[in-house]
Design a protein around this ligand. Sequence first.
Ligand code: GLN
Length: 552
Amino acid sequence: MPPSYTPGKTKYVVVVGTVMSGLGKGIFSSSLARILQDKGLSVAPIKLEGYLNRDSGTLNPYRHGEVFVLDDGMECDMDLGTYERMLNQNLTRMNFTTSGQIFSHVLEKERKGEYLGRDVQMIPHVTGEVKYRLRELAVESKADVVFVEIGGTAGDVENAYYLEAVRELAFEEGPNSCCFVALTYVVEPPALGEQKSKPAQLNIKQLMAAGIMPHIIACRASNPVTRTVLEKLAMYSNVPIERVFSMHDVECVYVIPESLREARIDETVLKTLGLECHADTETEVASREAWASYLQRFRAADSSITIGITGKYTSLRDSYASIIQALEHAGTHHGVKVKIVWIDSTQLDDRNIASRLTGVDGVIIPGGFGVRGVDGKISCVKYVRENGIPYLGLCYGFQIAVMEYARNVCGLGGASSTEIDASTSHPVIDILPEQRDLEDFGGNMRLGGHDIALTPDTLVSQLYDSAPTVRLRFRHRYEVAPQYVRQLEDAGLSFAGRSPDQRIMQILELPREAHPYFVATQAHAELTSRPLHPEPMFLGLIQAAQISARKA
Ligand code: GLN
């Protein structure tokens, strides 16, 4: 146990998935965490990933969803983004662990001789390392409740030792210290036309075989789960029916905390953990009001605008989860619904771009890596720049905007990024000096939160209420090559945000006389948008898109 840890002081809620992954476990866990936070309790979430990668940085977003970057530079699972948005709280690397981290730490300790001649085993050493991490988070965060979300589903080989670790934790911490929640799935095969609970029953039994008796069962389903099915599940898993509830699909994820309250899940958790007398009703009322106003605006939005997103991973919404969220936040703030159309950049060229952008009121080019689809993206930027279509470039979308401007306005034919063409005659985007000699592939980009100094009297500075600096998150290897900055600016592109030492260009814009809204940033501005605090550059895009939609 970490020094200064007091057993039994911190409470734990553990969320385990059953039946299948992809049920929105992160959304569910973060909503549950929020209803406790709303009551004035401090919460610290932690996601335990089963995979052996040390972080999510080398994972393909197409397979695993977007890579979310924390302020301290940790590259992690997209669920951490859900927690940050739901809890309006910045997280750190302590809130994210993978099997890769756990095992490499155990192996390092073994080499240092810290196991004193013992054979190093899954139990107690690896499970001990997991428990140590959870308790360390409890000490460091001083949270009342630590929220543990276990990746994967019960029965997976790779998370079995996590289940064992939390079972041991509950035993060691004593009664009323851990609340186990099983998230499950109720199937409704179209051929049958009715809901079936068998897969859920069987997999919950597997959880019980691992020594974990759930206190609460949350059932994901397309339609509200019927009483009969809830009763069956209650009966087969020893969980009273009041603690088995339906969590069917909803229009907006921020509705879930309220529906958990309606199902009185908050009371059940407090009771299980013996925290009833710690709830602060005043804080709860204020927080519920703030969120109710968000939901009211979300529902009241009666017009809509269309934003086109060009990218490589257009077939999987998870790859751009934070952008979709940031658009929703900004749209809700301006009272419009944002429809998204995905534009495959590999299919775009100067000839078809006009028809592909028909009906689109604004365009985003998101982050990306490598050569594929770049020419299409450049055609897209050229078209939106010349035709006054609102544009927001994010990371790669910023670099693409610089390349396009260099080629088509500064007359630097073939201007490119050395990521795309190492021998380009005009390397307007080039590798960051500190990235030049790195050999490893993972965890070494320019990562995490960095301050950006804003140039006064620019459009962007106005968006941020004339704040001298803002802090956004980054994940890149390349930058605008400093020797081209002057030429680009002389040709009309304005770098409205730079690193405080002025070395790295971080935000660009075209002045309002030249374009209704042409803004791009080297940062991943989408990562720090929160429902109640929408990201200003997204707000700017939505507002400009609304104006352009009205004109059309
Ligand atoms: N590929 C670019 C770079 O590494 C942009 C990265 C990104 O969009 N995340 O700098």
